[in-house]
Structures are given as C-alpha cells and as structure tokens.
Design a protein around this ligand. Structure first.
Ligand code: BEZ
Length: 396
C-alpha cells in the first residue's frame, strides 16, 4: 500500500514538474509484454472528428498487421486533449508518467503539440505526430525521438499561390484562425503567392476556435479581391464554407484554401463547397490501387469515408509497424528503431513518401477541386516537397 502511494505521489510530482516547465529525467523503462500506445487526440470540440479519423486509420494499419507491433500485443491509453494548449503538457505527462506509454501518438492542434514536444524532448519517449503541422516540431525543436507523418503547416500552402495566379487571381485576401497553424499556413501562402506575382491586399483573422465569421465576410465583400485564400479545418471549416456561400460570395469571389478546408466536411458543407480549389498531400480521387483498396477497407470498417486525417493516422501506424518490426518489438533499441523509421518508405494511400532528415514527410502536394462531395485531383502542384527543416539540430 505504502509503495503504491509512493509511486503514485512520485508520478503526480513528475506531472506537476512537467506542467511547471521543469525538466523531466530521461525515462528508461523495462520491456513489458505489451507495447503501450498512448493516443492523445481531440475527441471533443471543433477538431473531434479529426481525432476519431486519425485513431481509426492508426488502428486499421495495426489490424492489417495482425494487431501486433514487432510480434508484441498492443495496449491503448487515451486522452482527450480538447485541442486545449493550456493542458498540453499535463495531458502528455499523464500518458508518459502515469500510463508509462512506450509511444505517444498525438496530436491535431499545433499549440497542443508544443506541450507534447516538451514532454517528448524531456522524457525521450517516442512521439509520433499524426497531424499538427507546428513548424518548430521538425525545425528548431526537432528531436531524434519525434517523427511526423503529416506535414508542416506551410507545406500545402507553398503549392497554393502559383495555382491561384495561374488562374488570373492577382489580388487576394487571406483569412484564418489566429494561432500557429493559421500563421504558418500563411507563411507558405505569402511566399508562393507573392513569388508568383500576386499581391495580398488584406490579412484577416479571428481567434481559434471562434466561428463568428459574419463581420469578416462583410469586409471581404467590401474589398472585392480577385480571390480569397484561407486555413480552417474541422467543424469550423464546414461553417466557414456555408457562411461564405450564404454571404453571397461563392459565385463572386473564388475561394481557395490549404486542403484542410475541405477535408472531412463535404457532407456538412453540402453544395456550398462545390468548386473550392485547394492544395493538399492527399486527394480522395487518387486513381491508384493503393488508395482504392484503402478507401474500400476504411469504409467497410468504419462505415464512413476516409479523409486526409484517416490517411495520416494510417501512415502513423505503418511507420510504427516498420520501426517495431525492424527491432523485433524491442522499442528500447532506440538507435535501430529510429534508423529504421528514418529510412522508411511509406507506401501510403497518398502515394509513397519518405522521411526528411528532420523527420517530416517528403511528399507530393496535389491540386484538387470539390465536385459531388469529393476532393477531385486536378494534378500535382508540387513534387516531393520537403520542409526546409530550418534550425533543426538533431542531437543524438
Ligand atoms: C494544426 O493545428 O496544426 C492543424 C489543425 C487542423 C488541421 C491542420 C493543422
């Protein structure tokens, strides 16, 4: 009893230390029979559906691999991070310290990811990012134990600007949520749009996850730009698309976006989404046997259509399986594990991709348009696009 209380109070103290910003000791753990996988994802709020799709995709990859990692059974531990950055460190510490996970899979929101990044760097626990595009995670704050299977926030929008100028849209308004993902998506858009000869006439924003768009839409109508480009995702994206059409802008000012705008929301957005052009590292309509098989299997398993989040969750599973198989389930063999993951070629529904030296996907970015509730591929907007990984010094 005493021992248990001591253990509990020690882990509580460590959680407290982490949340106050103190460094955690490197955690060395014994190899338990089951691989302990922590899922830290949003299951409530505007990104709830994204969290579910990531978990579905991740589980599907594991199921296809016999439900095992390097021959070991898997046990799951889950935390709803609510897309709340204020609880990021505490939630990640709970999985690492209390649940003693071997690998932490999370999350969606860039601000919350910064909490995970701190805990991952302090504890050394293997951290797989299945969505959040926060630049720092694979730039200035990169780490040997942190791997991203999704994108950096600027990656999709770096392919957007030229596509808009090619269509003759020389003056654009940018609109987004004011937080890291929106700011960094803007960086990619600004660089590509101005390089192609476009001018950004106004930047508009509102706090995350606010969805009161009306005043900003009225401002756009008054400015009358050639086009609007944006970053929104999840439930907020569906509402933005509907509000944009309801404000009478849909047929007057073409709407473009980082592809998250039209991911997982096409049923909720309805006809208001038709014709929206976006750039993204996935497209529903990719005409490859790999994508078709994935979509069929996902729809059968989860009675819903997969989106980019499901693909990223799936690829997170594929990456972990490759790593775990290479070390025959001994995840404590970090050198060999990380080497296998760094050298992995992921045969993804999005197309094959590899890992950059800073642990971010090198991948094709597609130009897509929404038609009949599908993101239809128009072409490849950027081939094998890598994030520059600026400032990353990979300590070994
Ligand atoms: C982010 O916060 O990094 C993010 C959230 C949803 C979609 C894409 C990026």
């Amino acid at each position: 009893m005493t021992t248990r209380r001591l253990v509990l109070s020690r882990s509580a103290a460590l959680v407290g230390a982490a949340s106050t910003g103190l460094l955690l000791p490197e955690i060395v753990r014994a190899q338990s029979a089951k691989v302990r996988v922590g899922l830290m994802l949003p299951y409530t709020g505007t990104f709830a559906q994204l969290g579910v799709a990531i978990e579905n995709g991740f589980r599907m990859a594991l199921e296809e691999s016999g439900g095992k990692l390097g021959g070991r059974e898997v046990e799951f531990f889950k935390v709803d991070d609510e897309s709340n950055p204020a609880k990021g460190v505490e939630n990640a510490s709970t999985l690492v310290q209390r649940d003693k996970v071997d690998v932490l899979v999370g999350t969606v929101h860039s601000g919350v990811q910064m909490g995970i990044q701190k805990v991952a760097r302090d504890s050394g626990v293997l951290s797989l990012i299945p969505n959040a595009g926060a630049h720092a995670a694979t730039r200035g704050l990169c780490a040997p134990n942190v791997f991203r299977t999704s994108f950096t926030n600027a990656q999709p929008t770096l392919a957007l600007g030229k596509a808009m100028v090619d269509k003759g849209h020389k003056k654009a308004v940018w609109i987004t949520w004011k937080y890291a993902a929106g700011d960094e998506a803007f960086e990619g858009f600004r660089d590509s749009y101005t390089k192609a000869g476009g001018t950004i006439v106004k930047e508009l924003s509102l706090p995350f996850p606010n969805v009161e768009f009306q005043a900003l839409l009225t401002e756009i109508a008054a400015i009358k730009p050639d086009a609007v480009a944006c970053f929104f995702a999840g439930g907020g994206a569906a509402k933005f698309i509907r509000d944009y059409a309801a404000a009478g802008l849909k047929d007057k000012i073409p709407l473009y976006g980082s592809g998250f705008l039209t991911e997982g929301v096409l049923d909720a957005a309805g006809p208001a989404a038709d014709g929206i052009v976006t750039t993204m590292h996935y497209s529903d309509s990719l005409d490859t046997p790999r994508n078709k098989a994935f979509r069929l299997a996902y729809a059968k398993a989860y009675k819903s259509q997969p989106d980019v989040y499901a693909v990223q969750g799936y690829d997170t599973g594929l990456l972990l399986i490759q790593g775990a198989n290479a070390v025959k389930g001994d995840l404590s063999n970090k050198k060999a594990l990380y080497a296998a993951m760094e050298g992995a070629v992921i045969d993804s529904p999005r197309g094959k991709w590899t890992m950059s030296p800073q642990h971010n996907p090198v991948q094709d970015i597609y130009l897509r348009v929404v038609k009949d509730k599908e993101n239809k591929v128009l072409g490849v907007a950027a081939k094998a696009l890598a994030d520059p990984g600026t400032g990353c010094k990979m300590a070994t």
